[in-house]
Design a protein around this ligand. Sequence first.
Ligand code: PLP
Ligand code: TYF
Length: 394
Amino acid sequence: MFEHLTDQPADKILALMGAYKADPRDDKIDLGVGVYKDAEGRTPIMRAVKAAEARLLERETTKSYTALAGDPAFSDAMIDLVLADTLPRDRIAAIATPGGTGAVRQAFELIGRTTPEATIWVSDPTWPNHLSILKHLDARTRSYRYFDPASRAVDMAGMMADLGEAQPGDVVLLHGCCHNPTGANPTAEQWDEIVATLKARQLVPMIDIAYQGFGDGLDADAAATRLIASSLDEVLIAASCSKNFGIYRERTGILMAIARDVPQARKAQDNLAYLNRQNYSFPPDHGARVVSTILTDPELRADWQAELEEVREGMLKLREQLAAELRQLSNSDRFDFLAEHRGMFSRLGASPEQVARLRDDHGIYMVGDSRMNIAGLNAKTVPVLARAIIAAGI
Ligand code: PLP
Ligand code: TYF
């Protein structure tokens, strides 16, 4: 039977990890995959995660099945983290999922079951896995302009013009904060404009929020999501705990479905649990339990927030340092956007040839579209990167 299979395209980001590993140079710099790294290049286990795991090891009395929707304490804690008290809990259906990717996948499947004729609008560019999963599900997809290559900011006029073609009931996939891959995000005023368009054209927002706490802070990063949740009747939210809790391999995420009323929320809840059952029965529990342990314990939560703040501020400092170095070396302000972008990523705006030159001549690895992971830098490598950017003619 396997002779009928065709080769599948590789995940470019993951392929880059392999190429980096195989490079023998010891001064190589990895700005590829979106994993946080500290100044020593390590991806540490956060203190609160270690403490919560120790507590679970000691106190957990069973590994029996949870529920199809996962542990309700996890859903409650995550709804509180993402939405705070934006709307009543009984309008929100939720399932735990294997990572944010699992939540994205379940959201697309839910859309396919309820409004198969809807077009799903995605930003150009977006996280490649969005496109890959949509294609796999044979979903109707269109893209809206998002990134202005000249200013490296959001192309608001282009985005609004393209969404002007969306039909009532279409779904608009938005990154809640820290856009991947560009790093460019709408301002507060622009979010207001986006919300007005969603409302006027009766569109359904689907928010992917994978970096809450990596941009301007936990609440600031959730502000757009909360605004949308309070302004529209129906909203889908896929949230990941991989980055902000540093529990990538535990596969911890959640899909929330905000319904217009309580009966519809119940129906959504049933259908989400159904989708979990069809795909994998019970979602993974360990990471979810670590998260709910941290979020419901004031001491652990405070320590987690403090460590997340250090991570966030560290990345901001690197952004500022890089922008400053490049201002000096280029004798211009054309790289100032690096300090304006938020999250782990910035799209540098280099050509594929220039990206190849950075890799071949300088051992600097970034994704082919010139997305770089800011967390792959440290105070010593920032000037090295800045010089290489200028030498590569960017
Ligand atoms: N959505 C976006 C935009 C991402 O960048 C990621 C990657 O980390 C995810 C979702 C989901 O990540 P995970 O499945 O590891 O939680
Ligand atoms: O964009 C990134 O680098 C992260 C990590 O198939 C990632 O979101 C990359 C590729 C992938 C899954 C996660």
